[in-house]
Design a protein around this ligand. Structure first.
Ligand code: GRG
Length: 304
């Protein structure tokens, strides 16, 4: 694990440096306050899980991790935008994110919306510039972030708790299937896109790796499901510690979660099923899959 921590730290640092340089060197003419708002959220202490998945997938395939840096930075831009928008009064209405005031609390709602918009756009600018010979990374990120991916999942989530009305037709009658659909899109799609970005970057320089996508896809999907169930279980624990502080979403019809639907013990078993499935899927990569494996193990041991 010591090696994994060093591996993770060096890749986290390279993503942060890359984004710092982009924002200071490449966005000449962009309003200073906009860049400040973008950087505030980008550098607010995220774990960089999605970028690490990009690097880990490239390495599992024997690719060059330096090539993966723009893709890793791009997916973090999309993730950061989604958190800024999710925290807005119109959505979850949160005052704090990672223990710091949310973007709209610091910069006001209008600039927070626009900083999110700018980060989403920047992600595609980075991909288009750095992988100009091939649109596959752009497509991978667009599918994960867009209407059939994260944004679609967010809409279903807001339908689930009653914030988006008159859309009952999109709600599955079976709560567990509906929850799986929400999570696969809202959280899972960007994790899967991260793995896909790693695969696409590796494809730029290697041939005959198509057969490995199936294994990476199982891993990416399992990672997403395990991540969300773990997040819900940790939320329960932190709710107990904060005497159940309610967000706007919790105050609705009741948040749809695995622990809420099937109980804590069954949720833990469900998460375990996904961990094992993910680990099995990457056996084919042997030693090269160490970072993918360690990321899944770190998620399994996650305490906060
Ligand atoms: C607003 C379009 C739009 C989408 C929002 C991702 C998302 C969709 C909302 C976030 C809500 C939330 C807290 C979901 C739980 C899972 C999750 C994505 C947690 C945050 O991801 P981490 O733990 O965050 O990777 P850090 O802080 O490490 O970057």
């Amino acid at each position: 694990m010591a090696n994994f921590q060093e591996w993770a730290k060096s890749h986290q640092q390279s993503v942060e440096e890359y984004l710092q340089v982009w924002l200071s060197d490449q966005l000449n003419g962009a309003p200073k306050i906009l860049k400040e708002a973008m950087l505030y959220s980008l550098m607010a202490g995220g774990k960089r899980v999605r970028p690490l998945l990009v690097f880990a997938a490239v390495e599992a395939l024997g690719g060059n991790s330096h090539q993966a840096l723009p893709a890793a930075a791009a997916v973090e831009c999309v993730h950061t935008y989604s958190l800024i928008h999710d925290d807005l009064p119109a959505m979850d209405d949160d005052d704090l994110r990672r223990g710091k005031p949310t973007s709209h609390k610091v910069f006001g709602e209008a600039l927070a919306i626009l900083a999110g918009d700018a980060l989403l756009t920047l992600a595609f600018e980075i991909l288009a510039k750095d992988y100009s010979s091939n649109p596959a990374p752009v497509l991978a990120l667009a599918l994960g972030a867009g209407p059939i991916g994260m944004v679609g999942g967010q809409v279903l989530d807001l339908i689930a708790d009653g914030q988006i009305a008159d859309a009952e037709c999109d709600r599955d009658k079976n709560d567990q299937l509906f929850l799986k659909n929400i999570q696969t899109r809202k959280t899972g799609a960007l994790f899967l896109a991260s793995v896909r970005l790693g695969y696409e970057v590796a494809c730029l320089e290697m041939s005959q790796i198509e057969e490995y996508w199936q294994n990476l896809e199982i891993y990416g999907n399992s990672f997403g499901q395990a991540f969300q169930i773990t997040d819900d279980l940790l939320d329960l624990h932190s709710d107990e510690q904060t005497a159940g502080k309610k967000t706007k979403k919790d105050a609705g019809r009741g948040k749809l979660t695995y622990p809420g639907l099937i109980g804590i013990e069954q949720s833990e078993l469900e998460a375990e099923k996904h961990f094992n499935r993910g680990l099995k899927a990457i056996e084919v990569f042997g030693e090269k899959a160490s970072p993918l494996k360690d990321l899944l193990l770190a998620l399994r041991n996650r305490k906060k």
